[in-house]
Design a protein around this ligand. Structure first.
Ligand code: FAD
Ligand code: SF4
Length: 503
């Protein structure tokens, strides 16, 4: 029987998505890829993200050569209509990564949806694990289960080195006085003719008024092919993994990447399989090339957090998107929507917003403790915050955004994902970065001209949600701290006066 045509989405670009084993597509299946312009028209994406995704899709099509039919169309449905034999033959497609795409493929006739690829844990296995933890799902328990199931960093059934969690060793502030970490620079790509074509197309569509973007489309920084992604992975595990753990939470103004891997966009485009990333990291430890705290930290991010977030996206259901446990309704201010870093005085926020504007990426702590924390303290609508992160980050997709933003960053799910809201005063940012020194504000001041907006905002947030947070054992002490603040009325007045203005 002739193989059925297989439909590849733009985040299914690695060879594992065409591997016929493990319920994959038919052997030597012809392939269809659809570049749907409506996706770009619907939202104002970061231009570097649009560039990355289109470049990766077109590179994959060039690699597949005659095997692929690459359709440029207005919508997916219109694109499919151009597939030869579509009215007659069945198509296969791997389980897409968003609810909207899943609804589309399941609504179409003669399309068979194959199991998801690109993750370590099948949905059915997660469902079984979750059933046994109906009292409360927590990442740590899930992560230990994944390590055991996949024999990752395990020795004779026990965690390698005797401990599951080495987070304690992974919270160092940046080295004193250093402007950058003393570590090899990250892998970086060279652009080619396909990138140039993508730039020309984006310029044309933009000048025709067809689409509109935010951010700058500077030299491409992230891989678009399997070969590039493997080179980036090898470079990271060979030269940069060593210091990953120690400075995982630290920030330096002049060194946005620190020792992070920059692999999220490659994983999320499907260019890398998570199994090969964690296996390589484990091999580096076993060969004595990287310490356990770094390797465990990295494995925890991929086999723990990334898998957990993927599963929760499906597990929590569609209504999770609309959760707003804290009743936050403020719109996102214009300077934030436009990534206008120059409008912001607060050095931490201005620096991080500029990183997003220029690259479409910052590491985890700036996302959580600078951008997300600002939104949480100022009571911005969590759905709008989710949309902003989705559009502005090169690695942003619906599945990864919802749990990370609605749950982890905005606590809009009321604690389904995390045990407490993640926000802090300026003292945390001061301890973990070099950002406060040159700032016009002082992290220790919560009222007055030089009051740090994070310190003022932190107490104002606790005050606003005192009733909800007092019963949370991880927040109770912080909430009690409000009673010791003699300047609380003045602080609240100051927080109110700022409103949505850029801090
Ligand atoms: P590293 O620090 O080197 O970590 C290694 C890998 O672990 C990452 O490449 C990523 O694949 C995975 N990972 C770590 N934490 C998470 C997590 N919480 N969720 C999913 N994967 C994780 N990650 C995305 O991939 N896409 C997003 O759109 C995204 N949005 C985020 C929004 C907020 C508000 C927050 C707090 C986190 C978000 N993250 C997102 C998670 C994390 O910040 C990024 O994965 C990471 O910063 C990417 O940089 P890196 O590849 O250098 O990661
Ligand atoms: Fe940010 Fe406050 Fe530090 Fe300024 S003082 S950099 S606003 S935390």
């Amino acid at each position: 029987m002739a193989p059925r045509t297989h439909w590849l989405f733009g985040d299914q670009l690695g060879p594992h998505f065409l591997d016929p084993r493990h319920d994959g597509p038919d052997r030597d299946a012809p392939v269809v890829m659809i570049e749907a312009r409506s996706v770009l028209r619907r939202r104002r994406f970061h231009r570097a993200k649009a560039h990355l995704v289109l470049s990766a899709m077109r590179h994959r099509a060039a690699e597949l050569g005659d095997r692929v039919r690459y359709v440029r169309a207005e919508t997916y449905t219109q694109g499919l209509a151009e597939v030869p034999g579509r009215g007659r033959d069945r198509l296969t497609v791997c389980h897409p990564t968003s609810r909207a795409a899943l609804a589309l493929v399941t609504s179409l006739e003669r399309v068979q949806v194959l199991p998801a690829k690109g993750f370590l844990v099948p949905h059915a296995d997660f469902a079984r694990w979750a059933e046994g933890h109906a009292g409360g799902l927590r990442m740590e328990g899930f992560y230990r289960w994944v390590r055991t199931q996949h024999d990752l960093l395990m020795d004779a059934g026990e965690p390698a080195g005797g401990r599951w969690n080495l987070d304690h060793d992974n919270r160092e502030p940046p080295p004193r006085g250093a402007a950058a970490l003393d570590v090899a620079r990250p892998w970086s790509p060279e652009e080619d003719e396909i990138d140039a074509e993508v730039r020309r197309d984006l310029d044309r569509w933009e000048s025709d008024g067809d689409v509109s973007f935010v951010g700058r489309d500077g030299p491409r920084r992230f891989p678009v092919t399997r070969r590039e992604a493997l080179a980036a992975l090898r470079h990271f595990t060979g030269h940069r993994l060593r210091d990953f753990g120690r400075y995982e939470d630290a920030m330096l103004a002049a060194d946005p990447v620190m020792s992070h891997s920059l692999l999220s966009s490659s994983l999320n485009l499907g260019l890398l399989d998570p199994a090969e990333c964690v296996e390589r990291a484990e091999s580096a430890w076993r060969a004595g090339d990287a310490p356990l705290n770094s390797v465990e930290g990295f494995v925890r991010q991929i086999a723990g957090w990334r898998e957990y977030v993927w599963q929760l996206y499906w597990h929590f259901g569609e209504e999770y998107r609309g959760r707003n446990a804290l009743g936050h309704r403020e719109p996102l201010p214009g300077w934030f929507l436009d990534l206008d870093a120059d409008a912001v005085t607060a050095n931490c926020l201005s620096t991080v917003l500029a990183q997003v504007r220029d690259t479409g990426w910052t590491h985890h702590i700036p996302r959580l403790m600078v951008l997300g924390s600002r939104a949480l303290q100022d009571g911005w609508d969590p759905a709008a915050v989710t949309d902003w992160f989705h559009r502005c980050f090169v690695d942003g997709y619906d599945w990864v955004m919802l749990p990370n933003v609605v749950g982890m960053s905005q606590y809009a799910d009321g604690g389904m994902m995390t045990t407490k809201p993640y926000t802090s005063g300026g003292a945390y940012i001061h301890r973990m970065s070099d950002l406060c020194g040159p700032c016009a504000y002082r992290p220790t001041d919560r009222v007055g001209e030089r009051a740090c907006p994070y310190s003022t905002g932190y107490w104002a947030f606790l005050h606003r949600h005192r009733a909800e947070l007092a019963g949370n054992h991880r927040m109770a002490r912080a909430v009690q701290g409000l009673d010791r603040l003699k300047d609380l009325p003045e602080l609240l007045k100051q927080a109110d006066a700022r409103g949505g203005q850029a801090p």
